[in-house]
Design a protein around this ligand. Structure first.
Ligand SMILES: O=P(O)(O)OC[C@H]1O[C@H](OP(=O)(O)O)[C@H](O)[C@@H]1O
Length: 319
C-alpha cells in the first residue's frame, strides 16, 4: 500500500501546480507548511511508516513545478531535520524543522531587503519584471529609510504578474508606470536599476527567472543600466555544483491563448516556457541575506552552504 499523504498536502501541491500559490519564496514557505501538516496529522504507527509518509508527501510537492529550486531546498531542509527513533520524536523534529525553515525565510527576506536598499538612492527609478517578494523587500526597506522611488513595471505576459507588483508598489507609496513587455527597451534609459527576483541561481552565476528576464538584462547591459537580482540563498541550486542543469518549465498553452483564440488563428503551435536563463555577464549583482555578490563568485557561497554533495531525501532509500 502506498504511504498515506494528507489531503491538505495534495491541496497545497495542486495550488502550487496551478500557480494559485506562486513565487519562489511563497512556494518554499507553503512546501514547508505542507510537510508540517503531514508530520502533525500522521497516523503512522512505526518510525519507518512515518518516514515513508514524509518522503511521499515531499515527492508529491516536489513533482509540481520543476524550476524554482526553493521548493526542493525547502523539502530537503525539513527532511534533513527529521530526527529520532520514535514516531513522536520524528514528528516533533519535523514540525520544528519546518517552523525553523519558515522563520529563516522571513529573516532572510528582511535582511536581503536591507542589503538591496543600500543600492537604491533617493529619487531612483527601478524597472521590474514579474512579481518578486525579494525585490519588494528591497523597495520596502528603501522606502522605510525615507527614500522616494518610482518604478516602471513590466506586465509580464502571459500571466501578468507585473499587475501584482504594481499593486504592491502602490501600497508602498511608489508611483508606477505600467508598460507592456515589448516597451522595456524604450524605457531603459530612464531607469536607474533593473531589479528582478530569481527562481534558481546556478553555480556559474546564471540566473533562472521569469521568461523575458534574459532579454531585459541584455538590453539593460546595452543601455548601461545595472541589473540587480534579489534572491535569498535558498534560491541557489545545489545540483548545479555537480553538473546538473536547471529544468525550464513549459506551461500549458491555454495561458497564452484560449482554445477559441487558437482555432481562430488556424491552430498554430503555441510554446509557453515559464523561465529563461540569464548568463552571469549580464548581471551586476546578486543581493542575498548574506550580502551582495558578483554572480561569478556565488559558487563560493554555494560551496560554503551546501558542501560538495547534494542529496534527495524524498527518494526511497535503497535496501
Ligand atoms: O521568491 P520571489 O522573489 O517572491 O519570486 C521569485 C520569482 O518567482 C516567480 O515565479 P512564478 O511566478 O512562481 O512562476 C518569478 O519568476 C519571480 O521572479
Amino acid at each position: 500500500m502506498d504511504p498515506h499523504v494528507h489531503p491538505d498536502v495534495h491541496h497545497i501541491a495542486d495550488d502550487i501546480g496551478t500557480m494559485e500559490i506562486r513565487g519562489a519564496a511563497k512556494i518554499a514557505d507553503s512546501a514547508a507548511t505542507a510537510l508540517q501538516i503531514q508530520a502533525r496529522e500522521s497516523d503512522a504507527e512505526t518510525p519507518d511508516a512515518f518516514r515513508a509518509e514524509m518522503r511521499a508527501a515531499a515527492r508529491t510537492l516536489h513533482d509540481t513545478r520543476p524550476t524554482a529550486v526553493s521548493l526542493p531546498n525547502a523539502l530537503r531542509y525539513v527532511l534533513h531535520g527529521m530526527d529520532g527513533v520514535t514516531v513522536e520524536q520524528l514528528r516533533e523534529s519535523s514540525v520544528v524543522a519546518a517552523e525553523r525553515f519558515r522563520e529563516r525565510l522571513d529573516h532572510a527576506q528582511a535582511d536581503l531587503g536591507l542589503v538591496g536598499a543600500n543600492r537604491l538612492k533617493d529619487g531612483d527609478c527601478i524597472m521590474t519584471h514579474c512579481h518578486s517578494t525579494a525585490v519588494l523587500a528591497c523597495v520596502e526597506a528603501a522606502v522605510d529609510q525615507g527614500k522616494e522611488l518610482t518604478a516602471v513595471v513590466k506586465e509580464t505576459r502571459p500571466r501578468n504578474q507585473g499587475h501584482i507588483t504594481a499593486e504592491r508598489l502602490h501600497e508602498l507609496g511608489v508611483p508606477v508606470t505600467l508598460i507592456v513587455d515589448s516597451a522595456a527597451r524604450r524605457y531603459l534609459n530612464e531607469v536607474d536599476h533593473v531589479m528582478v527576483g530569481a527562481d534558481s541561481i546556478a553555480a556559474d552565476g546564471s540566473v533562472i527567472n521569469k521568461i523575458g528576464t534574459s532579454g531585459l538584462a541584455v538590453n539593460a547591459r546595452d543601455r548601461g543600466t545595472p541589473v540587480v537580482v534579489a534572491a535569498q540563498t535558498f534560491k541557489l541550486h545545489p545540483g548545479t555544483l555537480t553538473g546538473h542543469s536547471v529544468d525550464i518549465e513549459m506551461r500549458d498553452e491555454s495561458e497564452v491563448l484560449s482554445a477559441e483564440e487558437k482555432a481562430a488563428l488556424g491552430n498554430p503551435t503555441v510554446a509557453n516556457p515559464a523561465f529563461d536563463v540569464t548568463p552571469p555577464r549580464y548581471v551586476d549583482a546578486i543581493v542575498t541575506e548574506r550580502g551582495q555578490f558578483p554572480p561569478e563568485s556565488i559558487v563560493m557561497l554555494m560551496r560554503e552552504l551546501f558542501g560538495e554533495q547534494t542529496t534527495e531525501p524524498w527518494v526511497e532509500p535503497v535496501v
